[in-house]
Design a binder for this molecule. Structure first.
Ligand code: PLP
Length: 427
């Protein structure tokens, strides 16, 4: 399989005609559990001496196709599916973190991830520090002996900021810790973080990978490249595991250690398994990922250029525009396109922002990204409304800011809708 090109892998990786029926589309194995062949086989499965299906919380044949496909598309060693993007993050961190340890993260993150890391993880006694990722050296300055990983997004909130993955990977590796990249906004079609030095990739497959806004799903990809035995920072992987008779993951599974531990400890004990139905919908979405992503990016560039000339628009923040501060990073990391989520400012401030979202017809006013449909939100009146104006501005959600996720409709229709809504919103 690995000789095939990206578009071929998007359709085929991990899938085979069903051995029982010959079905060509991956069947939905909607079952909780799988009958053992014998007591000996059952014992070998539970001892991790052989891999196989036991119970859908840990493994399922439909989900396994999705896991193999994302590993192939990202160029990684092992894939793991979870119930949501946030569940993928919890499981990845759970494998690396001990109480009292810290995650060093970019400040430019999805709002839900900022909450997860700073609020909920505090209950596990996992610390989180945030730095401005526009300057990679900021990460080096905040490293300490408690830091267990660096966490960034490839294309980040707000407004499609592009992160210098290679520079930040080098800083993580100099400290003997892995770089985890949330590749949700780019997908492996635009950026393959492992090729730039990332050790683990996580996804909210809810967004472009599924692409149709019909299911919540998460994915983890283990690159297989990190040396977990180089220090004593990762006891879950290097020390004897009491729940598997003292087995050591790093010694036993080598370059699959992290991926296997995420499954047989993280999924087993924390429990956020993906349903086979949602694995099927995500797989079906991924088959057209290359076609959709290119159209998303082409439309986004056309819309961003048009907005830039509109008299009711004060500024446009899109890395695909030649004068954008991220333009050079876009040319380096994702020359095929800068994604389709970006922000712009309306000249009329808060009131004009509210009027714009009230007047769109083709766009959907909602809190999601990466759908076939064009989506719009005014963060100051929705996702960030609890913050005061200074905090809103600091989070990139000032009163005039509009965030769009450009869909795969005809660009002329997307533009016409924004035009009539901007004009209707005029004061
Ligand atoms: C949506 C999103 C998440 C969370 O994923 P869910 O599937 O909603 O749990 C994490 N990171 C990014 C960049 C996202 O856009």
């Amino acid at each position: 399989m690995s000789d095939y090109g990206f578009d071929t892998l998007a359709v085929h990786a991990g899938a085979h005609p069903d051995p029982a029926t010959g079905a060509r589309s991956t069947p939905i194995y909607q079952t909780t559990s799988f009958v053992f062949e014998s007591a000996d086989q059952a014992a070998a499965l539970f001892n991790l001496q052989v891999f196989g299906n036991i119970y859908t919380r840990i493994m399922n044949p439909t989900t396994a196709v999705l896991e193999e496909r994302i590993a192939a598309l990202e160029g990684g060693r092992v894939g793991l599916a979870t119930a949501s993007g946030h569940a993928a993050q919890v499981i990845a961190f759970h494998t690396l973190m001990e109480p009292g340890c810290e995650i060093l993260a970019a400040r430019q993150l999805y709002g839900g991830s900022l909450n997860q890391l700073s609020q909920s993880f505090a209950k596990f006694n996992w610390g989180a520090k945030f730095v401005d990722a526009t300057e990679p050296e900021n990460f080096r300055r905040e490293l300490n002996e408690k830091t267990r990983c660096i966490f960034i997004e490839s294309i980040a909130n707000p407004g499609g900021f592009i992160t210098d993955i290679e520079a930040i990977a080098a800083i993580a590796h100099s400290a003997g810790i892995p770089l985890i990249v949330d590749n949700t906004f780019a997908t492996p079609y635009l950026i393959r973080p492992i090729e730039w030095g990332a050790d683990v990739v996580v996804h909210s497959a809810t967004k472009y990978l599924n692409g149709h806004g019909n299911s919540i799903a998460g994915l983890i990809v283990d690159s297989g490249k990190f040396d977990w035995g180089q220090n004593n920072k990762f006891p879950t992987l290097t020390e004897p595991c009491p729940s598997y008779h003292g087995m050591r993951f790093w010694e036993t599974f080598g370059d699959m250690a992290f991926g296997v531990a995420c499954r047989v400890l993280g999924l087993r004990d924390l429990g956020p398994a993906l349903s086979p139905m949602n694995a099927f919908l995500t797989l079906t979405g991924i088959e057209t990922l290359p076609l959709r992503m290119q159209k998303h990016c082409d439309n986004a560039l056309e819309v961003a250029r048009w907005l830039k000339r509109h008299p009711k628009v004060a500024w446009v923040n899109y890395a695909g525009l030649e004068d954008d501060p991220c333009y050079n990073l876009h040319r380096t990391y994702c020359p095929k396109g800068a994604g389709s989520v970006f922000t712009f400012g309306v000249t009329g401030g808060y009131e004009a922002g509210v009027a714009l979202v009230n007047n769109v017809r083709l766009f959907s006013h909602l809190a999601n990204v990466g759908d076939t449909r064009s989506l719009i939100i005014h963060p100051a009146s929705t996702t960030h409304r609890q913050l005061d104006d200074d905090k809103k501005r600091a989070a990139g959600a000032g009163p005039e800011v509009i965030r769009v996720s450009i869909g795969i409709e005809d660009a002329k229709d997307i533009i016409a809708d924004l035009d009539q809504a901007l004009n209707a919103a005029a004061d």
